[in-house]
Design a binder for this molecule. Sequence first.
Ligand code: 0X9
Ligand code: ZN
Length: 587
Amino acid sequence: MKRVSAVLVFIVAGLPHHARAADPVDILTHTPPRVHEGQSVVRVTAQTPRHVQTALALAESLWSEGAGVGAFDIQIHTDRIPVLLEAGLQADVRIPDLQAHADRAWAQVRAAERMLRDREPAPRGLGAHDEAWFENYKQLAQIDNYVDTLHAARPDLTTLEVIGQSLQNRPIRAITITGPDRPGNAAADRPVVLWNGCLHAREWVSPMTVTYIASRLIDDYDADPGVRDLVDHIRFVIVPMANPDGYLYSWTNNRYWRKNRRQNNASDFGVDLNRNWGFEWGGAGSSGNPSSDIYRGTDPFSEPETQVLRDLALSFGPDLAAHIDYHTFSQLILYPFGYADGVFAPEPDRTFFENLSNDMSDLILSYSGVFYDPMPSWQLYPAAGGATDWFYGAAGAKSLTLELRPASGGLAAFDPPPGTILPTARENYEAARFFAARTARPIAFTVPPVGTVQADEATEVEFMVAAGLQDLDPTSVAAFAAVGQGAAEPIPVSPSGPGRYTATLPPVPCGQSVSFFFSATTLGGATIDYPADGAFTADAVRTVFADDFSTDQGWTVGAPDDDATTGIWVRANPVGTSVGGVQVQPQ
Ligand code: 0X9
Ligand code: ZN
């Protein structure tokens, strides 16, 4: 025994200085402890506040976004379900065997990992963003390593900081993304947009999404003038992992762990980091019971994790423009306040939040067809001591809580298959850029990528313009285009809906490109160009042949001397495939 530990000590001491602690879990071989045996998830219907209390007292954890008179989902020991029924509650079993459910979710994570490891790594180009990295959930050290890679790839755009320590002394890190100093536009003078993930440990889609957004902002900087406009005028401060202790614990010990890892007493652990903030702390929807999943802690900001984020936010003073706290699940865009029923931000902020949330929801819907429901936080349920209330109410930042995929009502809840990560992250990259423009640029422009235009034809580009930090003169919206090396000329712009406009790019000869930009004037009289520097460009192409293979256009393949035995193109019906017994091809 002694010898073995001596060898271990030697190995640890022998690690190169820069090496990080390895992740404790190898996904391919690890079997999570079976702590959910004998547990179920049940949809209870409570008719009275007393019913609600009974259900919460018997529950291991609350799975719905909230609990009140009506229906909500709880995680519970299966043998306690009769107690619910005896107390007069209705109980529909949603997940009869939670351990089997967790095992299946883990099998999906393992399968995704095996596929990733079997695959040749795709070339990553010049940037550091790696789309494949987001095909599976990642552990704490992997997230740290990935963020290190981002910083190493673009030290000109990023700074990496340890902003403080978790309760168990793990570093909490922020990556700041902003363009270099420019004349009259020093990086330190730019407004701050702060995004954090994973206050709640089990919400694994959250840190993945936040890391993705950081990664794309960095990687798109060179090629996308819209991203460059944002990154050159805003300090993005991103904390992908706000609760490292809890997150680690959700990998090693308990997949459905929510809180941090504070030891409250002999047997109860964890403070809910979204009930511990010092704005209206202690009120509705938080608990003084240390065993509760919504335990608020002994005092406002009793936890190092909330202190660290608070101090980071305060360090920016009035430069802190906006904030998003990313959670899962239910697909919601929640705006202040959340601490009690019916409390709204005073005008004009109330209207600003309503418009912002509705427009973000519309943007995601048109991008991916997925609906995120916008509403004031309290309408979901009152919950005092939340991050967003403090960021808005105490720090003056335009702050939202985002509840990511999956939708509510399904069984996937906190552990959707790994394939959920990328679509969630991509739609939220769109929404996050839009949020930043609205909250931290004088005027918010949203222009879809154009890329190419058909040669010799006028091209319509539909774009959005809204007030940002300043009010907008809606009659001032204009666009300019230059063909080839020509000078920029105004081009027609017409309104096409609330906040929407259509610009018409002139015809461009094949092989040439068109560059274009937009402008609008604030009610104060300042004209803002978008992008502020440079322009969008699109190449003119001519389609010489197009075939969607639906109809026979009469072409043949195979030169007379072609002696290939496979790989010769032919137009034919695909081999039939059936999914779940249903023939899906050919159609
Ligand atoms: O309850 C929370 O902390 C958040 N939902 S989660 O399922 N991720 O735990 C939502 C907080 C939103 N704020 C209010 N409803 N007041
Ligand atoms: Zn949460």
